[in-house]
Design a protein. Structure first.
Length: 749
C-alpha cells in the first residue's frame, strides 16, 4: 500500500477528475430502467404467451392451478335467491372487465349424467327456496362443484383467468377486480376477497417499491446523522457521510449501466448494506487521518498515511465481503445468483469510491479542518475507560480463549438443527389483503395451491382400461393419508357421479365417452396416455411439505410394482418450487461454508501466517453461530432471506477482524512485544470498531420496521451478528492472539 499511497500523492488531480468522471457516468446509469428479476419468475405465466384457443380457454377453467386469481365470495346464507342473484351480478360485472378472460364458478360446472339431461346445478332466480336447498346438497356432493364451496358452505371460490395481452400491471387488476366485484355484489354478500398468484405478486411488489424508497433514503441520510453524533466536526461529518453515499450512487448507476440484473432483495438490501459497509471503511480512514492531523501532519501527509496504514485492511474487508457474495454464484437459482452478483460488484465499486474519495477530499483545503472535534471523540474516551477490562482479559487470556472456543463450538452444534424452509408468508407484508385471503382459503377450502400426480400408462393398455381407474383410486388413497393435503380431483371422482357402483371400474370406464371433452381431456389425456390427479395444499412451507412429497413418492414406488408399465410422478408449480427452494437454501448453506473456508485462506495468505488464519476462526465464526442459535430460538426458518443475511454478516464480521489484525501486525513490527502490540491495537482501532458497530447496528436496525417479514429477519440477524462480532474481535481475538503468539524479543533502540 506504500506504493499506492505514493501514487495517490503524485496524481491527486487525476484522482479528482476520475471521481468526477465516474460520478457523471453513474448518473447516466440512473436514467436507465432496472433489470429486476422475481424469485419465482420461471414459474410465472407472463403476458408474452400466445392467446389461448377456444378449447384451451374452456379447458383452463377446470385446471384450477392455472388460474391467475381466486375470488372468494362469502355470505351468511349462500343458497338463497337473493345471494345467488348477487353472485351472478358479481360474476357478470367482473367478466365485463376487458382484461378478465373468464370467471369459473358453480353455475358454470358441466352436468354429469348418462343422458346429459338434468335440472341446472344452480336454480334460476325465480326458483323456490326449497329448490335452492336441494341444489346446495347436489353441489356439495358434486366432484367438481364441491371444489368451489367451502367446508362450512358459506363461501364460494371462483378461479379467475386474466388476458395478459390486455394487462400490464397486476396491481391495477387486483384493485379493479375487487372494486367491481364489491360494487356489483350489493348487501347480500358479506365479503369479497381476492388471492392467487397475481394478487400476491402485486402486493409483494408494491411493498418492495415502498420499502425501496424508504430504505434508500435511510441509507443516504443515516450516514450523515450518525457521523454528526460520532465526529462532532462539520468537515469530518461531511467527508465520512458523503463517501458511502457516493459509493451507493456509483453502484446503483453503474450496475444499471452494465446491465447486471438485480432483484427485489438486492434493491432493498444493497443500498443500506453498501452505505453501512462504506461508512465503516470511511470511519477507519478518517480516524487515522484525524489522528495524524492532530499529531501535526499536513493534509496530504495525513491522507497518504491513511492509505498506507488502513488501505490494505479496507481492501481485504472488501475482498472477503465480495467472496461471501461471490459464493452465491454457486447456487442454482438465478434469483440468488443475481443477488450475489450485484452485491459483489457493488462491494468493489463502493470500495473504490470510499478509498479514493476520503483521502482525496482530506488532501484538499478541507483536510485542514477534519481534525476539529477530535478532542470530543466520546467513543475514543469510552475505549480508554475499557482499559481495565482489557487488562483483566489479558491476565485471564487462557480462560477467555477456552471459554470463547467452547461457546463457539456449542453454538455451532446447536445451529446444525436449523432446517431449510420457505413460505409465501415470509415474503408478504402484514397489510396484504391477498395473503389474508390466502389464509382464509387455506382454512376453508384446503388451500388454493395445487399440484398434480401424473399417471402414465403403457402402450398396451387401452385408455378406458379399468386398471387405469384402479391406479387413480390407489393414488387418491395415498393422498388421503396425508392430513395436509385435501380435495383430490380426478377422472375417477368425476365418473363417480354417474350411476352405478363407483368401485365397479369396468362399468365406470364405459362412461368416459359421455363426459364433456374439455373436462375429460384435462384429467384423462388418451393421446398422451396420461391421467391426472389434482391435489390442494396450503401455505405451510417447504419444510412441512417436503416430507409429504417424499412419502408420496415412496408410495408411488410401491404402486409401480402393482401396475407394471405404469409411471407415477409428482408435478406442478408447488412441487417444482418446493424442490428448487429447498435445493437453493441447501446450496446457499454450502456456499456459506465454502466462503468461510476461502476467507480464512485469504487471511492466512494476506498476513503470511497460518496461525493468524486459524486464530481468526473463532471471532469470525462466533457471530454466525450466535445468530444461528438466535434464529433457532426465535423459531424462524432457514429461508433464502436468512441465508443471504448470513452471507452479508460473514463479510461484516470479517471486516472488524481484518482491521484489528492489520493494526496488530503493524504494532508488532514496532518492538516485537505481543502483549503491548495487542494493547496498542485495541486502543488504535477500538474506537473505530465501536463506532462502526453502532453505525451498522443502527443502520440495519432501521429495517426492523419493514413491513416485509423477510426484511425484518434479515435486519435482526444483521444486528445480532454485528453486535456479537465486536465481542469476538475485542475480547476473544486479543486473548487468542496472546495465547497463540510466542513472546518475541523487544527491539532495543
Amino acid at each position: 500500500m506504500e506504493t499506492i499511497a505514493d501514487l495517490f500523492v503524485r496524481h491527486r488531480n487525476l484522482v479528482g477528475w476520475m471521481l468526477l468522471a465516474v460520478t457523471l457516468t453513474a448518473s447516466v446509469g440512473h436514467l436507465l430502467p432496472a433489470q429486476t428479476r422475481h424469485p419465482l419468475e420461471r414459474y410465472e405465466d407472463r403476458p408474452e404467451i400466445a392467446p389461448l384457443t377456444t378449447t384451451e380457454k374452456v379447458q383452463s377453467r377446470f385446471n384450477l392451478a392455472s388460474s391467475d386469481a381466486f375470488l372468494i365470495v362469502e355470505s351468511e346464507d349462500l343458497f338463497t335467491p337473493e345471494s345467488i342473484a348477487a353472485t351472478r351480478r358479481l360474476v357478470e360485472a367482473v367478466e365485463a372487465i376487458d382484461f378478465v378472460q373468464s370467471v369459473f364458478w358453480i353455475d358454470r360446472v358441466p352436468i354429469l349424467n348418462v343422458f346429459g339431461l338434468a335440472d341446472p346445478l344452480v336454480p334460476p332466480a325465480d326458483a323456490s327456496a326449497q329448490a335452492f336447498r336441494r341444489a346446495e346438497e347436489r353441489l356439495r356432493a358434486h366432484p367438481l362443484a364441491g371444489q368451489l364451496i367451502s367446508d362450512d358452505g358459506r363461501s364460494l371460490l371462483m378461479p379467475v383467468v386474466y388476458d395478459w395481452l390486455r394487462l400490464d400491471d397486476p396491481a391495477v387488476a387486483t384493485e379493479a377486480v375487487l372494486t367491481t366485484a364489491r360494487e356489483a355484489a350489493g348487501p347480500e354478500i358479506v365479503s369479497v376477497r381476492l388471492t392467487g398468484r397475481a394478487p400476491l405478486f402485486a402486493d409483494q411488489q408494491a411493498a418492495f417499491q415502498r420499502n425501496q424508497i424508504v430504505f434508500q433514503a435511510i441509507g443516504y441520510t443515516l450516514a450523515l446523522v450518525l457521523s454528526a453524533i460520532m465526529f462532532r466536526g462539520v468537515a469530518a461529518v461531511f467527508v465520512v457521510a458523503a463517501a458511502p453515499c457516493l459509493g451507493v450512487f456509483w453502484t446503483l448507476g453503474l450496475v444499471k449501466l452494465l446491465g447486471v440484473p438485480a432483484n427485489p432483495l438486492a434493491e432493498i438490501v444493497m443500498p443500506v448494506m453498501l452505505a453501512m459497509v462504506g461508512l465503516t471503511d470511511g470511519v477507519h480512514l478518517l480516524v487515522q487521518i484525524r489522528r495524524r492531523r492532530a499529531a501535526g501532519d499536513g493534509p496530504i501527509e495525513a491522507a497518504r498515511d491513511s492509505i498506507a496504514k488502513v488501505g490494505m485492511a479496507c481492501w481485504l474487508t472488501s475482498l472477503t465481503t465480495a467472496i461471501g457474495f461471490g459464493s452465491l454464484l454457486l447456487a442454482k437459482s438465478d434469483y440468488v445468483q443475481d443477488f450475489g452478483r450485484v452485491c459483489m460488484i457493488g462491494v468493489f465499486i463502493a470500495f473504490v469510491a470510499v478509498v479514493t474519495f476520503v483521502p482525496w477530499v482530506c488532501s484538499t483545503w478541507m483536510g485542514r479542518y477534519v481534525d476539529r472535534g477530535h478532542e470530543h471523540d466520546v467513543v475514543g474516551v469510552g475505549v480508554e475507560w475499557l482499559r481495565a477490562l482489557i487488562d483483566r482479559m489479558m491476565r485471564h487470556r487462557r480462560k477467555v480463549s477456552a471459554i470463547s472456543v467452547a461457546v463457539t463450538i456449542a453454538l455451532g452444534i446447536v445451529s446444525l438443527r436449523l432446517t431449510p424452509d420457505n413460505r409465501m408468508k415470509s415474503a408478504m407484508p402484514a397489510s396484504s389483503q391477498s395473503y389474508s385471503a390466502l389464509e382464509y382459503a387455506d382454512e376453508h377450502f384446503g388451500g388454493v395451491e395445487f399440484f398434480r400426480v401424473e399417471i402414465d400408462w403403457p402402450e398396451g393398455v387401452a385408455s378406458d382400461d379399468p386398471s387405469l381407474l384402479a391406479a387413480v383410486r390407489d393414488v387418491e388413497a395415498l393422498v388421503a393419508k396425508e392430513p395436509l393435503l385435501s380435495r383430490p380431483l380426478s377422472i375417477r371422482s368425476m365418473l363417480a357421479s354417474f350411476p352405478g357402483d363407483p368401485q365397479d371400474f369396468v362399468t365406470q370406464a364405459t362412461f368416459l365417452s359421455l363426459m364433456p371433452v374439455e373436462l375429460r381431456s384435462f384429467f384423462h389425456d388418451a393421446s398422451q396416455r396420461r391421467a391426472v390427479v389434482s391435489v390442494r395444499m396450503q401455505d405451510r412451507g417447504i419444510a412441512v411439505y417436503t416430507p409429504v412429497f417424499d412419502r408420496l413418492e415412496a408410495g408411488f414406488a410401491e404402486l409401480a410394482s402393482s401396475y407394471p408399465g405404469f409411471r407415477f410422478k409428482l408435478d406442478g408449480q408447488p412441487v417444482l418450487i418446493s424442490r428448487d427452494l429447498y435445493q437453493i437454501v441447501t446450496d446457499l448453506r454450502s456456499s456459506l461454508g465454502a466462503a468461510s473456508a476461502i476467507i480464512l485462506v485469504v487471511l492466512s495468505l494476506a498476513y503470511r501466517s497460518v496461525r493468524i488464519g486459524l486464530v481468526a476462526v473463532v471471532p469470525n465464526l462466533f457471530p454466525l453461530v450466535m445468530t444461528a442459535a438466535f434464529l433457532l430460538w426465535s423459531g424462524s426458518p432457514l429461508d433464502m432471506s436468512s441465508v443471504c443475511a448470513f452471507v452479508v454478516c460473514l463479510g461484516i464480521a470479517v471486516d472488524d477482524t481484518i482491521h484489528f489484525l492489520s493494526r496488530f501486525k503493524q504494532e508488532l513490527a514496532v518492538d516485537g512485544d505481543v502483549e503491548s502490540a495487542i494493547r496498542r491495537s485495541f486502543i488504535g482501532v477500538g474506537a473505530a470498531l465501536v463506532m462502526t458497530t453502532v453505525i451498522l447496528c443502527t443502520g440495519f436496525g432501521t429495517m426492523l420496521w419493514s413491513e416485509l417479514p423477510g426484511h425484518r429477519t434479515f435486519a435482526a440477524m444483521a444486528v445480532s451478528t454485528i453486535a456479537a462480532a465486536v465481542i469476538g474481535d475485542l475480547i476473544a481475538l486479543p486473548a487468542l492472539l496472546a495465547c497463540s503468539h510466542p513472546q518475541q524479543r523487544k527491539v532495543v533502540g
